[in-house]
Design a protein around this ligand. Sequence first.
Ligand code: GAR
Length: 190
Amino acid sequence: MKRIAVFASGSGSNAEKIAKHFTDSEIGRVTLVCTNNKKAGVIDRMKKLGIPVYIFTQEDLENGNVLSRLRSAKIDFIALAGFLKKIPSDILKAYERKIVNIHPALLPDYGGEGMYGMRVHEAVVENGEEETGITIHYVNEEYDDGEIIFQATVDIDPEDTPEEVAYKVQQLEHSHYPGVIESLLQELDD
Ligand code: GAR
């Protein structure tokens, strides 16, 4: 059984979906949630599920403390779910092709630094796009830039507000992210 760490900076609705998906799984289990935000909603969600949360600082991320914690928790795979910091090179090296991110748009469009959450949906609506979606990709040293693993699309109605688009995209995230992670875990070597 593979041990999954989820990194989240915000509300944590995806982290919760992933954790619940693997509750009784023989393939994987969320055994650690890592956050850089001590006020993040994800902390309460994980408390309710009994999953340990590691709250770290930017310094911890840069000086190897976060990697040490991942190693001591024997983490095999990392899923970013609304995590807004860059992953440092020591962690990228230790977890090559074992770190994935979800982005609430169809990359390479509407990605990059500063493009997260509602900003993405506002830009999509402002540009009159007829569809949007989600992208799950490997993580590298740039924001929203690694190899794309999976995309799913949803139509935008002309009268949709950014909030309505956000809701549609969130539904897509919740229904696909846990299953994509499961498929990737099944491909990992023992
Ligand atoms: C999700 O929509 C995720 O795609 C997005 O943050 C949200 C987190 O929601 N991530 C990015 O924009 C990364 N560039 P959640 O905290 O409810 O899971």
